[in-house]
Design a protein around this ligand. Structure first.
Ligand code: COA
Length: 160
């Protein structure tokens, strides 16, 4: 758990994001489950890095890429997305990247943060609830049952 650093993602992280996005567990919990081909990823990743509506961060220790956190800004809120490398899951890194990522994001944007979690993604639901996200509602995304959770900007000081 030492020397953990959150960095804004750059072009050198393109392959880390690609590998993690195609991890079978990650595909399974996303709302579009098809594998992503490399050319599609490169285009998507460049667009994200160049977009003023997206903030992408990585968590690393001195040796390894541990995971990613992204924020996609809509009008006055942001949608969060998190994934941790398989070998680092269940070790507390999810809470760390969530904490560091939200605080970094809030240095730039004073928006509430929304998470959409697949109904059966227990680990993700537990992660957000443990970190003070509040259940909002059930909904369907691409015909898949999902849960919306929210972390309000106004409540940031009481959270972490
Ligand atoms: C969801 C994910 C980001 C959690 O990260 P993580 O590093 O494994 O989580 P942590 O070790 O920090 O655990 C934080 C909390 O999450 C919950 N959690 C984590 N793994 C869990 C599991 N296998 N089963 C149930 N709850 C789990 C627990 O509440 C845990 O707190 P606790 O250890 O005090 O009980 C990670 O499992 C992952 O990358 N999954 C695949 C992608 C994904 O589901 N992304 C989210 C899409 S919305």
């Amino acid at each position: 758990m030492q020397n953990l650093v959150l960095h804004e993602a750059n072009i050198d992280d393109c392959n880390n994001f690609f590998k993690l996005a195609n991890d079978l567990d990650v595909r399974n919990v996303s709302f579009n489950q098809e594998l992503i081909d490399y050319q599609t990823h490169i285009k998507w990743y460049h667009n994200k890095l160049n977009s003023t509506n997206d903030k992408l961060y990585t968590l690393r220790n001195e040796n390894s890429f541990i995971g990613q956190i992204r924020f996609e800004i809509k009008n006055n809120y942001a949608i969060i997305s998190i994934a941790i490398e398989k070998k680092f899951r269940g070790l507390g890194y999810g809470s760390i990247i969530l904490n560091k990522g939200c605080n970094e994001f809030w240095n730039f944007f004073k928006f509430d943060i929304i998470a959409y979690v697949k109904f059966d993604n227990i680990s993700s639901y537990n992660l957000f609830i443990k970190n003070n996200f509040i259940f909002q509602k059930y909904l369907f995304i691409n015909k898949i049952k999902a849960i919306e959770l929210k972390l309000k900007y106004e409540e940031r000081y009481t959270n972490w």
